[in-house]
Design a protein around this ligand. Structure first.
Ligand code: DX5
Ligand code: ZN
Length: 223
């Protein structure tokens, strides 16, 4: 089982002085979700956004807001992001002791529950909680910064994640994030990913609106 393709442009790639314009370009290009990277300077070596940005985005688009928490103790932020209008809440298992409980709490707050695995994080974390997942994110870089290089060896891990979801009859989306561009998106799609985060590939391009469609078409021809 493989879902239809979703494109989730990452606002980490925008010019923050023009965020509303850049998001509007992605929306008009056919984006399905808008990806928001939340970093705390502890779990990853960078600082970014909080619920305030999600609330602001909520006022400028009706698209689902796909929030990726790269923070310690993500459970502290479930209700604040839900209240701000987040639609998807994805966190990393190393950041908290009670992963399954917090996935349940995310769903109880009306959001889709996602778990993110870094390139070096074992699939076992996801195997234990498949039934609690609406989304499994396989990181294709070590998170923290935009415009990093896709780690080619992770393609096999995407395929293992697809096998896991299929074998457990899960309809969870299989997302990839990091270094997704014209050269790499086909491999990720071929391995079974259905939801594609892209920051720099879209927002550093000459035409972000068109680039969303270019990446989507590359996926569709790879599948
Ligand atoms: C990785 C973040 C990504 C990042 C992707 O640190 O989780 O969402 O913004 O940026 P690109 O597509 O430029 O690798
Ligand atoms: Zn992300």
């Amino acid at each position: 089982m493989s879902n239809s393709v979703y494109m989730s442009p990452s606002v980490l790639g925008v010019d923050l002085a023009r965020i509303a314009d850049d998001v509007a370009k992605a929306v008009s290009g056919g984006a399905d979700w808008i990806h928001v990277d939340v970093m705390d300077g502890h779990f990853v070596p960078n600082l970014t956004f909080g619920p305030g940005l999600v609330a602001a985005l909520r006022r400028i688009t009706d698209l689902p807001l796909d929030v990726h928490l790269m923070v310690e103790r993500p459970e502290w932020y479930i209700a604040p992001f839900a209240d701000a209008g987040a639609s998807v809440f994805t966190f990393h298992p190393e950041t908290t002791a009670h992963v399954q409980r917090h996935l349940e709490q995310v769903r109880a707050c009306g959001m889709l529950a996602g778990l993110a695995l870094n390139p070096g994080t074992p699939m076992g974390y996801a195997e234990e909680v498949v039934d609690d997942l609406d989304l499994l994110l396989i990181m294709t870089v070590n998170p923290g910064f935009p415009a990093q290089r896709y780690i080619g060896t992770v393609t096999g891990k995407i395929a293992r994640a697809r096998s896991l979801l299929n074998s457990r009859r899960s309809s969870a989306r299989l997302q990839v994030d990091g270094g997704i561009n014209r050269s790499t998106i086909g491999a990720a799609r071929g391995a079974g990913a259905d939801t594609f985060v892209a920051g720099s590939a879209i927002f550093d391009s000459d035409d972000p609106t068109a680039e969303v469609g270019v990446l989507r078409r590359l996926c569709e021809t790879a599948a």
